[in-house]
Ligand binder design. Structure first.
Ligand code: IPE
Ligand code: IPE
Ligand code: MG
Length: 253
């Protein structure tokens, strides 16, 4: 076991992050740097997904949410979109045993019905198959964007208002949170973006209100467990104040 993992295992449960979200960026550039097509980078990114899932499991994290395909990614060239959805089908198929072995529960958020039928089927199969696993919950964000999700939430609440099952006074923080696709999950404590850019690109806009942000120049295919564990250790050293003063936090007020 590496030193970093050992350190994480000795941490107080309430100091550890419960939910890590990752914007997996940089596959295309990683491939270009090697004189290859962008798809080559996506193929190599699969290994990093496996590492992130295993690495979170080993560190005792409860939730990992991976941004795999955004609403806006539909605007990429058709060949790349097709390559990404085929890779998804193939990967879920190949990784199912691994997920079972590691006690991982797979879930997905996003406009899933926009995905090709074979993709939806493979995904549904794996979600059902892993539903009873009690370890890490790994969520794939597919055809997902924060604005898509917030728009959906508004629509759901408006519907309930119109039907009279809800009144205006019932609209509060918890109701909004409960009508998002991440309902039932704690907010991410950590948001990581690989690939060297400093932006959110429409990911979990509501949920990251108080997440600690980590931007790394590492391209996604090079992201490994050690870097993940180092981020968890750096997170523990950050003081989260949630609007309070440092003194209040120090005195647990
Ligand atoms: C992230 O890598 C994967 C997806 C968005 C699907 P990119 O494909 O965005 O790679 P870069 O950012 O162009 O290097
Ligand atoms: C964000 O990466 C989306 C995913 C990682 C799935 P993008 O490569 O699409 O983001 P931009 O276009 O650089 O903002
Ligand atoms: Mg990108």
């Amino acid at each position: 076991m590496t030193d970093r993992l050992q350190l994480i295992r000795t941490l107080d449960q309430n100091k550890k992050p419960r939910h890590i979200a990752i914007i997996m960026d940089g596959n295309g550039r990683w491939a270009k740097e090697r004189g290859k097509e962008r798809v080559y980078g996506h193929q190599h990114g699969v290994q990093s997904v496996r590492n992130a899932i295993e690495g979170c499991g080993e560190a005792g994290i409860d939730f990992l949410t991976l941004y795999a395909f955004s609403t806006e990614n539909w605007n990429r060239p058709k060949e790349e979109v097709n390559a990404l959805t085929s890779l998804l089908v193939k990967t879920i198929h190949l990784e199912l045993d691994n997920l079972m072995r590691n006690n991982v529960r797979l879930t997905a958020i996003g406009a899933l019905t926009d995905l090709p039928e074979d993709c939806q089927e493979e995904l549904r199969g794996a979600i059902n198959h892993t539903a009873e696993n009690s370890g890490l919950t790994a969520t794939l964000a597919l055809s997902y964007s924060g604005r898509w999700e917030i728009t959906n939430m508004v629509r759901k609440i408006a519907n309930k208002l119109a039907k009279g099952s809800l009144s205006q006074e019932d609209i509060n923080n918890d109701l909004v949170t409960g009508n998002l696709s991440t309902s039932g999950m704690p907010d991410p404590d950590i948001l990581i973006r690989t690939g060297g850019n400093f932006r959110i690109s429409n990911f979990l806009l509501w949920q990251i209100a108080y997440a600690e942000l980590f931007f790394t120049p590492t391209q996604w295919p090079d992201f490994n467990k050690d870097e993940l564990w180092q981020i968890i250790l750096d997170f523990v050293d950050r003081e989260r104040r949630f609007g309070k003063t440092g003194e209040q936090v120090a005195n647990h007020q």
